[in-house]
Design a protein around this ligand. Structure first.
Ligand SMILES: *[C@@H]1O[C@H](CO)[C@@H](O)[C@H](O)[C@H]1NC(C)=O
Ligand SMILES: *[C@@H]1O[C@H](CO)[C@@H](O)[C@H](O)[C@H]1NC(C)=O
Ligand SMILES: *[C@@H]1O[C@H](CO)[C@@H](O)[C@H](O)[C@H]1NC(C)=O
Ligand SMILES: *[C@@H]1O[C@H](CO)[C@@H](O)[C@H](O)[C@H]1NC(C)=O
Ligand SMILES: *[C@@H]1O[C@H](CO)[C@@H](O)[C@H](O)[C@H]1NC(C)=O
Length: 373
């Protein structure tokens, strides 16, 4: 049974003016359902959710992984974060060849130097959370793109993650995303099918959602996630993924960072970073280890593809690389920052992809706790 909990009429139309207005409207304009006396009443408290509108999106910091020397990518990040009011700290990318063999994980081989480098950069980001004693951090790879309204999207996501986590009954969790999570997998190129019990938080009639048929992913859990939802073509779902692939963006809590360093560095680990990340979610889901992942489909942050200049290969002569001007937005984004950065700077109307392809009514959000096993 679905229990509509939240109803937000104000999201119906999207225009530039309205777009920013809706950020202000949210979350004060949503109406908690009549009290059911359930332990989940607390999730409707909007109090600390406001922190998501701060410059680190309600996390302790944002770590952008950027290869030293790739100032082209860094300039892009500087622009994109400035127009979306985000602050960040750079975590330098690592060339795997520079890591001494004794420091390699598992059975890494020389020909896997780029994977080793990527793994090391992600480990350093997790370690920085501990070094700086942060409550959490969002870790983002530097070819990322996100929707202009990311803060609003994350606020909706947070309502979902609080439900999914069934966070302890306090009116203000320590994290605006709810407490008890290790990882929030916000940017990926595929998510595994969820396992049972399938608790789902629906964000239906989402104007920032690519219509069905316009979504890209190596594979996707789409049909399982929304098979029973009428008019599901612009419905986003927050749930517990049983794995996934690609580490475009994910948040770690302090304990999530400890567990990641434990399982993917201190313990024997043998595989690309995102495989390790998926393994943590999978084993957490199965109860093999204590690891709590919350994901969202489609993801909110995505890497851009098809731009040769984005690939880290200093040996390719520049003239043989195609420099694309005005890089298009990443897949799965409607109001991508890349596509709109100039509009934002010049104060012009935003451009959205796939507009008018689906009839989009009033946004609705609700939680279905799913059936037990
Ligand atoms: C944003 O909010 C989070 C959660 O309350 C907090 O940890 C972080 O320090 C805040 N960031 C800034 C820049 O104030
Ligand atoms: C960034 O902040 C400025 C000043 O508060 C505001 O006018 C603008 O709409 C914000 N931009 C976004 C994308 O949130
Ligand atoms: C880390 O932060 C927590 C919570 O703010 C605090 O209780 C603890 O003393 C800090 N630890 C160190 C080593 O500073
Ligand atoms: C939407 O739901 C229908 C059943 O009502 C299902 O057949 C279809 O696969 C779903 N579409 C998506 C995009 O999940
Ligand atoms: C979404 O919009 C459609 C079309 O306007 C409408 O029929 C539907 O009731 C709305 N809500 C949901 C949950 O699909």
């Amino acid at each position: 049974m679905f229990k509509p909990l939240l109803f937000i009429a104000a999201f119906a139309i999207l225009s530039l003016g309205f777009h920013f207005q809706r950020e202000r409207l949210f979350p004060s304009s949503y109406h908690p359902a009549p009290s059911t006396g359930s332990t989940q009443d607390h999730v409707l408290s909007p109090n600390s959710i406001q922190a998501i509108y701060n410059s680190t999106l309600g996390f302790g910091d944002i770590y952008m992984i950027n290869m030293p020397g790739r100032t082209d990518k860094l300039d892009a990040l500087r622009l994109f974060t400035s127009v979306t009011n985000i602050s960040y700290t750079v975590v330098p990318g690592i060339d795997g060849k520079e890591i001494p063999h004794v420091a390699w994980p598992g059975f890494y081989k020389e020909d896997l130097a780029s994977r080793t480098g990527s793994w090391r950069a992600h480990m350093n980001a997790a370690a920085s959370i501990l070094d700086n004693n942060l409550s959490s951090a969002l870790i983002v790879e530097d070819d990322a793109d996100w929707d202009v309204s990311l803060k609003t999207q994350l606020t909706q996501f947070a309502l979902g993650s609080r439900h999914i986590l069934n966070a302890p009954a306090s009116s203000e969790p320590l994290s605006p995303y709810g407490d008890g999570w290790d990882m929030l997998w916000l940017g990926h190129c595929a998510q595994d099918l969820p396992s049972k019990p399938l608790a789902r938080f629906f964000i239906a009639n989402d104007t920032t959602m690519p219509p069905a048929g316009r979504r890209w992913g190596l594979w996707n859990p789409e049909e399982i996630l929304t098979y029973d939802v009428l008019h599901n073509h612009t419905t986003r779902v927050v749930y517990r993924p049983a794995g996934g692939v690609c580490s475009y963006a994910y948040a770690l809590s302090y304990t999530g960072a400890q567990k990641m360093l434990y399982h993917l560095s201190y313990s024997h680990f043998d595989g690309p970073f995102d495989v390790g990340q998926a393994g943590l979610c999978k084993r957490g889901r199965k109860g093999e280890i204590d690891y709590s992942c919350v994901g969202v489909y489609p993801g909110l942050i995505h890497a851009v593809f098809g731009d040769n200049d984005m690939v880290y290969d200093p040996t390719t002569p520049r003239k043989e690389r195609e420099k694309k001007k005005g890089t298009p937005s990443a897949p799965n984004l409607v109001f991508g920052v890349r596509e709109n950065v100039r509009n934002l700077i010049e104060g012009k109307e935003l451009v959205g992809r796939w507009q008018g392809e689906e009839e989009i009514g009033e946004m609705e959000m609700w939680f279905d706790e799913g059936k037990g096993e």
